[in-house]
Ligand binder design. Sequence first.
Ligand code: NAD
Length: 484
Amino acid sequence: MNSPTATPEWEYAPAPERFDPGIKDRYRLFIGGRFVASRGRKTFETINPATEAVLSRCDEANSEDVDAAVAAARAAFRKWSRTKPKERAKYLYRIARRIQERSRELAVLETMDGGKPIRESRDVDIPLVAQHFFHHAGWCDKLQYAFPGATDPRPIGVCAQVIPWNFPLLMLAWKIAPALACGNTVVLKPAETTPLTALRFAEICEECELPAGVVNILTGAGETGRHLVEHPDVDKVAFTGSTAVGKRIAASSAGTGKRLTLELGGKSPNIIFADASIDQAIEGIVQGIWFNQGHVCCAGSRLFVQESVLSEVIAKLERRLRTLRVGDPLDKNTDVGAINSGPQLATIQQYLTEGTAEGATMHQPSTQSLPDKGFWCQPCFLSDVQPNHVIAREEIFGPVLAVMSFRTPEEAISRANDTRFGLAAGVWTDKGSKIFEVASRLQAGIVWLNTYNRFDATSPFGGVKESGFGREGGLHGLRGYLSL
Ligand code: NAD
């Protein structure tokens, strides 16, 4: 996001310079180290959500393709699981370096396929992707020291990995890097609206001469994902996506003996105490909810403000919203890009209608014009929200913030925890003792203190309650890929 005072209101203008990331007309499935056509011959389009232009066609994997990919991963597992750890590390380091070398192209591709601002894909997503591969490359030959007492940590086997569309390549890195470091092989399915960086990653695996079948990429929609996670020869399922689909996967995996980790939805509280630095907290709110158009599982989508500073926070938020530049995601000055898809935009609009119908007050202060084509939602927030309102309870997954107030720390904690989710939380206060007291009582997998939405490969990430179970990243994330 830009600095709060940097930019006045403006008219939308397209960016002058364009970089061609070399998108092909057609992409096939990556199975056993080769790009092959789907047995079912079905394809689907992937579009640029900022222009609605078709970017490419991808093959839609059916159950036979899933069989072939799982068989390739099984065959590769025999050798990969016995490959010397320092050899595995070489491949991961090679992949990490190649991601850095091709980072410009990957960032542009991510932005074109998904709609996120290039500044975010360039400065956040792709550097973190490389960091995840570097980090996990370092673990390959240290696994026996990672878990004292476990003398012989072993890989689990073939991993089925299904990811969403909000951080496509980063979610892939979170899944593939630890799996490979621990000696597993994978079949990964990217989301149907953002398949292109995963397919580019398959090309990187080829370039790095990763042994055939260690990584397999299947494109397709929910049905492809279902075939994959239900495949009987899969040993481990790692899913990131909605709570509704996560519950279905938990049900279908029950009793199969498959290992399972679920990273699901959230409705995370961001709590501002009156003693906080309010200007700093405003930036944290902006970062918490309008980063990546609010398409962030851990978005700080419920804001709790101590009553005495509520009107100040609302006024400052309105002012800050007017400075956010919405528009062409490829323009490096853009703060808020396109909504990922037409259906997601319709979902967000439905929540906005419901929110105001329930009595909340809408604040959408920007008068900036938007591009004619594409899927757009001006960032906004709603005040006068009650805890029972739909917009206070359900994940919207868009640039929409629900603002509520509280009087005492006790009330803040109980209202923050009054949700079925438990992914993340933020606390803003200048008092150290309050930080520790509140943070220790919040039901969330991750709690940010005087900051928000900070990610690092060394930090475990994951939820409690209906936000899922298992951790990704750091030492904790390795557990999900090892038999200890
Ligand atoms: P989604 O659950 O609809 O889809 C996620 C993925 O699952 C896609 O690849 C989809 O094709 C696939 N899928 C759909 N139905 C399936 C089925 N029956 N079996 C197997 N796979 C299936 O979610 P989405 O709309 O793509 O993503 C948004 C959701 O993801 C939000 O709820 C968000 O909070 C969550 N998310 C969570 C995290 C986290 O780390 N906790 C990270 C990013 C996104």
